[in-house]
Design a binder for this molecule. Structure first.
Ligand SMILES: *Cc1c(COP(=O)(O)O)cnc(C)c1O
Length: 216
């Protein structure tokens, strides 16, 4: 169950050359595997499940930056609010308000990405363009900072389709930048499609299986 060091070196170099941040997605993988990658210099890690994240955070180095990339339920925000570095999947105003509340309790400002629904599949969470344009009152939430967008393309071998979905997200990102000046992160791209994502303007990719091996 060793990590793929060679893949890590190659991908890190490739991303650095493109000024893209790597979030190593360690969901379902043991803390030892995270530590191995940490020892090679990796600091940004992504998790999908609150309990798993809390358990790993407790035993791993404190300078590690934890990204929550899964679907976050409002009633679980409190468990990660003390330490989470960036929440990628904010898909409702109610969730954002809860993050704001829990951040305030911890005396923190938590950075968030709004998740945008770009895939044609029905199953993916996120705002659509219309809902995004109707979002108001964000400025009143003093303990959250929206610093970018996140999206997942269709799970498909059709790279033209995937590319067009990334293009769409990038164009929403650029439009929204005129309204939200803090916007700087575009989180898109996973193991299967990160190269296309970078070509289409990604600034942060979330890669799991290429680094840690396939999940069961
Ligand atoms: C699991 C997951 C990833 C990583 O997927 P890989 O295909 O293993 O690279 C990226 N983003 C999200 C939101 C995920 O849930």
């Amino acid at each position: 169950m060793a990590i793929n060091k060679e893949a890590y070196q190659i991908i890190s170099k490739e991303l650095q050359a493109n000024h893209v941040t790597l979030v190593a997605v360690s969901k379902t993988k043991p803390a030892e595997a995270v530590q191995e990658l940490y020892d090679l210099g990796q600091r940004d890690f992504g998790e999908n499940y609150v309990q798993e994240l809390v358990d790993k955070e407790a035993v791993l180095p404190k300078d590690l930056r934890w990204h929550f990339i899964g679907h976050l339920q409002s009633n679980k925000v409190k468990y990660i609010a003390p330490f989470v570095h960036l929440i990628h999947g904010v898909d409702s105003l109610n969730l954002l308000k809860e993050i704001n509340k829990q951040a305030a309790k911890n005396g923190r400002v938590i950075d968030c990405l709004l998740q945008i629904h770009i895939a044609q599949e029905e199953t993916k969470f996120g705002f659509d363009e219309k809902e995004l344009s109707e979002l108001t009152g964000l400025n009143e939430l003093k303990n959250v900072r929206i610093i970018g967008l996140m999206g997942m393309a269709s799970f498909s071998d059709d790279m033209q389709k995937v590319r067009s979905e990334f293009k769409k997200l990038n164009s929403i990102f650029h439009d929204l930048r005129s309204q939200i000046p803090n916007l700087q992160i575009l989180s898109m791209g996973m193991s299967a499609d990160y190269k296309v994502a970078i070509e289409e303007g990604s600034t942060m990719v979330r890669i799991g299986s290429l680094l840690f091996g396939a999940r069961v």
